[in-house]
Design a protein around this ligand. Structure first.
Ligand SMILES: [Zn+2]
Length: 75
């Protein structure tokens, strides 16, 4: 139960206004440690993030998920 739910975290980030759109394919996401991560859309549904989580695990990290969540709610 203590497992961190990335989707929940991502939604929190999105709702807290921590995602800033820089261009239609680029965002800056403020992470939990106040570090800023640059998220790029490389192709449709294909995102890239600077964080370790994304680089190491090659999945959509919470920053990418936050961007996706924000797009989903039309912001
Ligand atoms: Zn990330």
């Amino acid at each position: 139960m203590a497992k961190v739910d990335r989707n929940q975290e991502a939604l929190k980030i999105a709702m807290a206004g921590l995602v800033t759109s820089v261009s239609p394919w680029r965002w800056v996401v403020v992470g939990s440690n106040n570090k800023k991560y640059s998220v790029c859309m490389m192709a449709e549904n294909h995102y890239n993030c600077q964080c370790i989580d994304h680089k190491k695990n090659k999945h959509n990290c919470k920053h990418i998920k936050a961007v996706v969540a924000l797009k989903a709610i039309g912001a």
